[in-house]
Design a protein around this ligand. Structure first.
Ligand code: M6R
Length: 608
């Protein structure tokens, strides 16, 4: 996720660009840049770090141009640096481009452009775009941009500026948001409404495949086939704060709803063209796997819960022994680690102090190390020997949601990748799982489409002081995450138990009216799970079940059931966690809690 802006009018472009970017920093903040057409040349400035670092560089510079573009970055290709920051230019600096998204075929395009003499200075996927424009430019700006768009594959919102066309900006949208704000003698382009709201409340919201040619007093929109599109003006009636959250009441709810895209982006480019195998950017082979006799997964909080699921996946699919540990415990217990150990750390932020310290300790002990993180260039990404990224975009709410689901999808792909290399899975089973994996983003959307029952349960049970979550096997891992969500944002005491453990003590706490959330999706332990549900029902608990669509049995034993779409039992945690996130969210709302910033907690825990 990145934020992009553009301005064309009679005022100094820089003022809007910086102001607009400050409203889009929630979309990315590892580097920022602007470009302003100053007639003779296009002035470009970029800086790694927050927007303030860019402002510092621009301080006292005289930049009077009235057309410009800007970008705030959340790195996906290439670490945060001045060079990798946008805007990017062609060889002659005639064209400047800002981009949000991923150009999936950039490697092939880049190789071809290099063979034709183009010089690249960044590691980004984006830089191919201005070079392609340079290649195709025929004097007609729009036509040339259309040719570029035909060449690139992937997701994007793009803004193009040309030195030779100081009266025009062109922008295009595919899978990433883009709006054109309509002013009086000036127009604005932005990733999102918050950037334009102080200037205008009238905008065109672009659809996928649309291209807008934006001049100071006109906006013309074309579809993929080059036909003119007559669009309705969208009138924004949100206030500025609501706009930043995309119209959602809280960042957490917005991020829960972003999960289909975050998961899709994380899968993207990691499946072979024929759909038969997982391709991770790790370069492992059978010899590498044979050189490992044990895997440690280390993380904190939600990432630790993703680690528990990862253990299950890797042991089941790749048949390697896995231990999972919370980072703050691992580092102080003299772990048995050597050069035959692979240590995998999982961290959304890549900055969690305990996880970082555990990673450093593992390296000191000689382990091979792999980081799974969401932040390119973070401390953990830099410290580990290898890294693979979740592509969730910035997560603002303290309670982790989209980071968790992207971690699950990535550890699933890692396990499958290892299984394919180690030949511990048949070709047919691998293909079956990959086919199901591809359906997960749409199935998450489906799960998100019916929240009313969850709201009702939250209202009904939101004032209880204790809630229990039970499940077996992978359902137990998800139960742990569901309970953590409820605790941290609604302050309700919530505990998760492996259902089989109830009879060893916890059953004493189950009395009339206590809410129990029972996950029952794992076919291999289904009968046993039902027996455990009967145990709590017999003590008059109120049981809400989470089951797979088509399960006609479950309803017989429960007070309420929430069904998620059916898939393989390995993948279903990606779906069952969604109602649990929503339940926690609406329970917190019911209790009037500060959802995005729960008491005593911080988003990034950089202290021990
Ligand atoms: O950035 P990290 O993934 O390393 O953070 C780890 C935990 O602090 C984090 O998951 C925390 O548990 C979340 N607030 C849970 O929602």
């Amino acid at each position: 996720m990145c934020g992009i802006v553009g301005y064309i009018g009679d005022n100094k472009a820089l003022n809007f660009l910086l102001q607009g970017l400050s409203k889009l920093e929630y979309r990315g903040y590892d580097s920022a840049g602007i470009a302003v057409n100053c007639g003779e040349n296009i002035f470009v400035e970029k800086a790694v770090g927050r927007l303030d670092a860019l402002k510092e560089k621009l301080h006292n510079q005289k930049i009077d141009g009235t057309i410009g573009i800007g970008h705030t970055r959340w790195a996906t290709h290439g670490r945060p640096s001045d060079r990798n920051a946008h805007p990017h230019t062609d060889c002659q600096e005639n064209f400047v481009v800002v981009h949000n998204g991923i150009i999936e075929n950039y490697m092939a395009l880049k190789e071809n452009l290099i063979s034709r003499g183009h010089k690249f200075i960044s590691e980004t996927d984006t830089e191919v775009v201005p070079h392609l424009l340079e290649e195709f430019y025929n004097g007609n700006f729009l036509e040339s941009v259309q040719k570029v768009l035909k060449k690139i594959e992937g997701s994007y919102s793009l803004v193009f500026m040309s030195k030779a066309h100081p009266d025009t900006l062109i922008c295009a949208k595919q899978d990433n948001p883009l709006v054109v704000g309509l002013g009086n003698g000036e127009n604005f382009i932005a990733s999102d409404i918050p950037a334009i709201i102080s200037k205008t409340r009238n905008a065109y919201i672009l659809n996928d495949g649309e291209i807008a040619v934006v001049k100071k007093d006109s906006v013309k929109i074309f579809n993929r086939n080059g036909e003119v599109v007559e669009k309705k003006i969208f009138h924004v009636n949100w206030n500025a704060e609501a706009a930043e959250k995309g119209g959602y009441e809280h960042f957490m709810l917005k991020e829960i709803n972003e999960q289909p895209k975050a998961v899709r982006d994380t899968i993207s480019k990691r499946i072979s063209k024929d759909g038969a195998s997982i391709e991770l950017e790790l370069g492992w082979d059978k010899n590498f796997l044979d050189s490992i006799n044990k895997i440690y997964i280390i993380a904190c909080g939600t990432a630790y819960h993703a680690g528990l699921v990862a253990k299950f996946y890797i042991e089941k699919l790749a048949r390697k022994l896995v231990e999972v540990d919370v980072a703050s415990e691992y580092r102080y217990r003299n772990p048995i680690v050597d050069d035959k150990t692979l240590v995998i750390v999982i961290s959304q932020s890549g900055e969690t102090s305990d996880t970082l310290a555990a990673l450093k300790e593992s390296r000191r002990l000689g382990a091979k190390t792999l980081a799974i993180t969401n932040v390119v260039g973070s401390s953990i990404a830099r410290e580990a020997e290898q890294v693979i990224y979740t592509v969730a975009g910035p997560e603002i709410a303290v309670a982790s949601t989209k980071a968790y689901t992207t971690q699950l999808i990535l550890v699933f792909m890692l396990a499958l990748y290892m299984a394919q290399i180690g030949k511990t899975i048949s070709t047919e089973r691998a293909r079956e799982l990959i086919d199901l994996l591809k359906k997960i983003p749409a199935q998450i959307s489906e799960t998100l489409s019916d929240v009313d029952p969850i709201k009702t349960f939250a209202r009904q049970y939101g004032f209880n002081e204790d809630v229990f979550y039970i499940g077996r096997s992978l359902d137990y891992c998800v139960a742990l995450e569901g309970a953590l969500k409820l605790k941290e944002i609604s302050y309700i005491h919530a505990e998760a138990y492996a259902s089989g453990e109830l009879k060893h003590g916890t059953l004493a706490l189950i009395v009339e009216g206590v809410p129990v959330i029972a996950l029952a999706t794992q076919k291999s332990v289904y009968e046993k799970t039902i027996s455990n549900i009967k145990e709590v029902k017999a003590r008059d608990a109120v049981v809400i079940g989470i089951g797979a669509a088509g399960d006609t049995e479950l309803e017989k034993y429960l007070d309420h059931v929430i069904f998620v779409p059916n898939t393989d039992e390995l993948l279903i945690p990606l779906l069952t966690v969604v109602p649990l996130q929503l339940l926690a969210y609406y329970a917190a709302i019911t209790r009037g809690c500060d959802v995005d910033k729960p008491r005593n907690l911080a988003k990034s825990v950089t202290v021990e």
